[in-house]
Design a protein around this ligand. Structure first.
Ligand code: SF4
Length: 354
């Protein structure tokens, strides 16, 4: 049987056994699967824009945008279509293939839906894949986003079901699973991952991955965030997660979800080039590119270009956007853009922070 065969019946003991392997063996196994499923020297690039910032009614203890905590975040109302269009054009010219729009809401207000629909149609019309993260969705909202042409919806599980109540109390784990089910049922691709370094145990990390890997269909994108400690939030003094444990989790995610894009997300700004390279070696093959990741700083564009050049990494071209012209190629960005020739990566739907 191919190492890269997809399963969705992982027992927790199998996953903890994966984590417990000698580090080199775990990374080797993940790398082998990665090479079978993807061009190992290619990274998919997304750009994330906060379209509505701060004053969120949820109490996620890590988040600068929660209205429950006193942080430096400046609240901003929903951006105008012109502002979104301008930012999307910059993302396109920077080599991004996907444009993610995030709003700090419990769920999108009815009054905002027409504007959100216009944003999706406009960004798609520019030749970018669209992703939104807006909080919980009901069926009507989900269908409206689907009808507008939304490609991906991001809704993270954050951590294990057992640890979750230590981190968020204003909505339940089941609320999140219900939104994810609606998104999948509507035919929108799923972007779902978690945050490491919240004070959780390895068992919690394994259980988070078990939740993701045992979904009827794996999320097409699995963002793995590393906590960015924000002053004023309850988790601001949380002990930093060991880097090797972070890489182990990336590797385990690659093994459990062979065909998913595993995204190195928030926290990358604080990682050395060597640690990022190790994450890519262990199976991460997607990043956020740009100056900001919602309200957390993200490595400068120039640093990303330099790292990609040092590692011989190419940016994935927008192969799924038939007929669109990708302007973000080496000539104008410094990234080498590459049409993915790996059948698996092309045929299998292969995609934050909140
Ligand atoms: S993570 Fe999202 S839902 Fe939670 S407080 Fe922040 S913006 Fe709100």
């Amino acid at each position: 049987m191919s190492l890269a065969a997809s399963r969705n019946n992982w027992a927790i003991d199998e996953i903890t056994a994966l984590f417990s392997q000698p580090f080199m063996e775990l990374v080797h196994q993940a790398r082998s699967i990665h090479c079978e499923c993807f061009d190992p020297n290619e990274i998919q690039i997304s750009t994330l824009l906060s379209i509505k910032t701060g004053a969120c009614p949820e109490d996620c203890q890590y988040c600068s945008q929660s209205g429950h905590y006193h942080t430096d975040v400046q609240t901003e109302k929903l951006l105008s279509l012109d502002e979104v269009r301008t930012q999307a054009a910059e993302a396109l010219n920077s080599g991004a293939t996907r444009f993610c729009m995030g709003a700090a809401w419990r769920s999108p207000p009815k009054s905002a839906m027409p504007a959100l629909i216009d944003m999706i149609k406009t960004v798609k019309g520019m030749g970018l894949e669209t992703c939104m993260t807006l909080g919980m969705l009901n069926e009507e909202q989900t269908q409206a986003l689907k009808n507008a042409g939304l490609d991906y919806y991001n809704h993270n599980l954050d951590t294990s079901p057992e640890y979750y109540p230590q981190v968020i109390t204003t909505r339940t784990y089941q609320d999140r699973l219900d939104t994810l089910t609606r998104v999948r049922t509507a035919g929108i691709k799923v972007c779902c991952g978690g945050i490491l370094g919240l004070g959780e145990t390895r068992q919690d990390r394994a259980k988070l991955l078990q939740q993701l890997a045992n979904m009827p269909e794996h999320p097409e994108s699995v963002p793995i965030n590393l906590l960015v400690s924000i002053e004023g939030t309850p988790l601001e003094s949380t002990e930093t997660l060991d880097s090797f444990e972070f890489v182990r989790t990336i590797a385990a995610a690659r093994i459990l979800m062979p065909h998913s894009r595993v995204r190195l997300s928030a926290g990358r700004d604080n990682m050395s080039e060597e640690l990022q390279a190790l994450c890519f070696l262990a199976g991460a093959n997607s990043i956020f590119y740009g100056e900001k990741l919602l309200t957390a700083t993200n490595p400068q564009a120039e640093a990303d270009r330099t790292l990609f050049q040092k590692l011989g990494i190419k940016a994935e071209a927008a192969h799924s956007l038939t007929g669109t012209k990708l302007t973000g190629t080496k000539a104008d960005t410094g990234f080498t853009s590459n049409k993915n020739k790996h059948t698996n990566a092309n045929n299998i739907p292969c995609h934050t922070l909140t």
